[in-house]
Design a protein around this ligand. Structure first.
Ligand SMILES: NC(=O)C1=CN([C@@H]2O[C@H](COP(=O)(O)OP(=O)(O)OC[C@H]3O[C@@H](n4cnc5c(N)ncnc54)[C@H](OP(=O)(O)O)[C@@H]3O)[C@@H](O)[C@H]2O)C=CC1
Ligand SMILES: O=C(O)C1=N[C@H](C(=O)O)C[C@H](O)C1
Length: 268
């Protein structure tokens, strides 16, 4: 049994993660973390997730939780993520990080910690999205500079970062396949007299509305035809089940920075 702790246990993903951990064979919930002052502190994580009690109370004591767990699964916000990375580094524990919206310095903190502990860091844990990364790479290589590339994403009204981490990764994958630098060619929304679209642009469009779980489309548009690669998530359990697969995979691995392509065996 691998012992799993979950950070952000009362959040939308946290509750799905607790449920996925309960359902996963070979995994045991060893701890549930929330921020100091959270109304969820002291509640049973299983009950918070909408099921039977698991005998694991939500706490803000990171060190005590890491003493019991082998891997911390982290879906919170960038700042607590970096704090949890430092705590896992001190305790020598593996991590699965799903939090998005990290800036350059915060990503570097994750990369540096991965010299000492194994970390799976991925903006999307679903099998389908990870397949779409490979499909988008293939489409970009085949269609090349003969098409305009646009990426459209839609999420629920509570999401705080934009574009989504998945949309940005799709942009990176396509830019790399086309030999472009995403920081130089990305356009995040358009307004006013924009002029005609340069071919090398990769455009991003963001929708925030209602309870949309997560939708991504990469559009490759030429004169006369277009290819669209679309993924639609209809349940957070998709991401949570992927995160539990990553947790089981990462325990006992050598230090390093991995992503879901490694977990799913999709890397060339
Ligand atoms: N990689 C993937 O497959 C996926 C990634 N995500 C990403 O996961 C992240 C979380 O999303 P979501 O669950 O919707 O967000 P929520 O806001 O619902 O959940 C985040 C939780 O983290 C808690 N939190 C804040 N600070 C701390 C802290 N210091 N210690 C422990 N917990 C803390 C929040 O508490 P409080 O609200 O009280 O502040 C909240 O309960 C986002 O970055 C999102 O993009 C989401 C889905 C899939
Ligand atoms: O915040 C979310 O909900 C999601 N965030 C991830 C992202 O930013 O890509 C993944 C998923 O689409 C849901």
């Amino acid at each position: 049994m691998a012992r799993v702790a979950i950070a952000g246990a009362a959040g939308r993903m946290g509750r799905a993660l607790v449920e996925a951990c309960r359902q996963a064979e070979g995994l045991e919930l060893a701890g549930a973390l929330e921020r100091p002052g959270s109304p969820a502190l002291g509640s049973d994580a299983g009950v918070l997730a909408g099921g039977a009690a698991l005998g694991v109370a939500v706490t803000d004591d990171v060190e005590a939780v890491l003493a019991r767990a082998e891997v911390l699964v982290e879906f919170t916000l960038p700042e607590p993520t970096v704090a949890h990375v430092a705590a896992c580094r001190r305790a020598g524990r593996a991590m699965v990080i799903g939090t998005t919206g990290l800036d350059g310095g915060q990503r570097r903190a994750v990369e540096e910690a991965a010299a000492e502990i194994p970390i799976v860091f991925a903006p999307n844990m679903s099998v389908g999205v990870n397949l779409c990364f490979r499909l988008a790479e293939l489409a970009a290589r085949v269609l090349g500079d003969a098409v305009d590339v646009e990426i459209v994403e839609a999420h629920h009204r509570h999401k705080v970062d934009a574009p989504s981490g998945t949309a940005l990764r799709l942009g990176e994958v396509v830019a790399q396949a086309l030999g472009r630098d995403l920081t130089a060619c990305a356009v995040y929304g358009r307004e006013g007299h924009t002029g005609a679209r340069p071919r090398e642009q990769i455009g991003f469009a963001t929708i925030r509305a209602g309870d949309i779980v997560g939708e991504h489309t990469v559009l490759f548009a030429a004169e006369g035809e277009r290819v669209e690669i679309t993924h639609r998530a209809s349940s957070r359990m998709t991401f949570a089940a992927g995160a539990m697969r990553a947790a089981a995979w990462v325990v006992g691995r050598p230090p390093g920075l991995y992503d879901m392509q490694d977990v799913l065996g999709l890397r060339d």
